[in-house]
Design a binder for this molecule. Structure first.
Ligand code: ASP
Length: 340
């Protein structure tokens, strides 16, 4: 585990940029926090090389710091979540944007969603294949349409209308992902696989971020290429509000794992409901859903999230989950395995 305190650094940065934490009589309101994941699955230290491990630590650190800086400068949690996820969509290390997994037919079909606590506004896209940063389009659906979820050609038509640049689907190609599809097509063509459970040297995953800003607003977002060898226009939990992503005034959640189970268990909403109705802490609520309910159903994966006070939560029932956070005191933490 890497832990370093950035409080002093951010305090200086905060003073320099004139953050109005001083005028705020309620101290908790000026606190910010951010938590991210880069996918869960069979991630074992014994199968990891130091170089790959280092690459993940760097990518996760960069993602976290990008979002945290926006929060510390007084930016919204929505801007922080978008910017954080964009860094991971642009990195071939993760199963989102560049580096997304392939469908049975050898295509990349991307899903993303975002939700904001203050007005429970939400936006999502599913099955897009020409959008460089699907999280930005999901947010456009939230802010500039009457809908919550748009799919495939329709979503791309909306993107064009909104001035999004269309990228050649070749942009998403990575050799590793292609090799993973070829392997699974040869060995078990009817099986769908979590990206992290594939070829032993390619441990990449869906990405997500949840942030709390100075105004106490929580935003949660998730972006993915889905599962390798998916077909028939299959859509997982990541663009489904309440399953892969949820945010209300109590908590924000982003999930990763075998989407079918996360949809059936309404994972993200269920965790927030336990916090709201039963008064569970966000960690207890997540453990009930991930370690008990989901496990009993046979669902693999994990979640990250935070509550209105910025308490960070991480819970997963797989050997590993790429994850990291910067808490309300500025402590940064990056972890990969179950036992660090
Ligand atoms: N939840 C994603 C899906 O089922 C996959 C993942 O998290 O890796 O599409």
């Amino acid at each position: 585990m890497i832990k370093q305190t950035l409080t002093a650094l951010f305090l200086i940065a905060g003073l320099a940029s004139g953050i109005n934490a001083m005028d705020n009589s309620d101290n908790t309101k000026s606190k910010t926090a951010i938590v991210i994941h880069g996918g869960a699955g069979t991630i074992l230290k014994s199968k990891m090389t130091p170089e790959i491990e280092q690459a993940y630590i760097e990518a996760l650190t960069h993602a976290l710091k990008t979002g945290h800086q926006i929060l510390q400068e007084g930016g919204s949690s929505t801007e922080a979540v978008k910017a954080t996820i964009v860094t991971m969509e642009d990195s071939p290390l993760f199963n989102a944007g560049k580096g997304a997994v392939f469908t049975h037919e050898g295509k990349n079909e991307l899903d993303a969603s975002i939700m904001v606590s203050s007005d429970r506004s939400a936006g999502a896209v599913a099955g897009v294949s020409h959008i460089k940063n699907p999280i930005l389009l999901a947010d456009k659906v939230r802010t500039d349409s009457k809908h919550v979820l748009m799919a495939r050609e329709g979503a791309e038509e909306f993107a064009k209308e909104q001035g999004f640049e269309m990228v050649d689907p070749k942009y998403f190609f990575t050799q590793n992902r292609w090799d993973q599809l070829q392997k699974i097509l040869k060995e078990s063509p009817d099986k769908m696989q979590l990206s992290e459970d594939e070829a032993k040297n390619s441990k990449f995953g869906t990405v997500g971020a949840v942030a709390l800003d100075m105004n106490g607003v929580i935003t949660a977002g998730t972006s993915t290429g889905g599962m390798t060898n998916k077909r028939y226009g299959r859509i997982g939990d990541s663009p489904i509000i309440g399953a892969g992503t949820y945010a209300n005034q109590y908590c924000g959640i982003s999930a990763t794992g075998h989407g079918e189970y996360f949809i059936r268990a309404a994972v993200a909403y269920d965790i927030c409901a336990l916090v709201e109705y039963k008064g569970e802490s966000i960690q207890e609520a997540a453990d009930i859903v991930i370690q008990e309910k989901l496990k009993a159903m046979g669902g693999d994966g994990g979640v990250i999230g935070l509550d209105k006070d910025g308490n960070i939560m991480m819970s997963f029932n797989t050997p590993g989950m790429y994850r990291g956070s910067i808490d309300v005191d500025g402590n940064i933490s990056i972890e990969i395995y179950q036992e660090q």
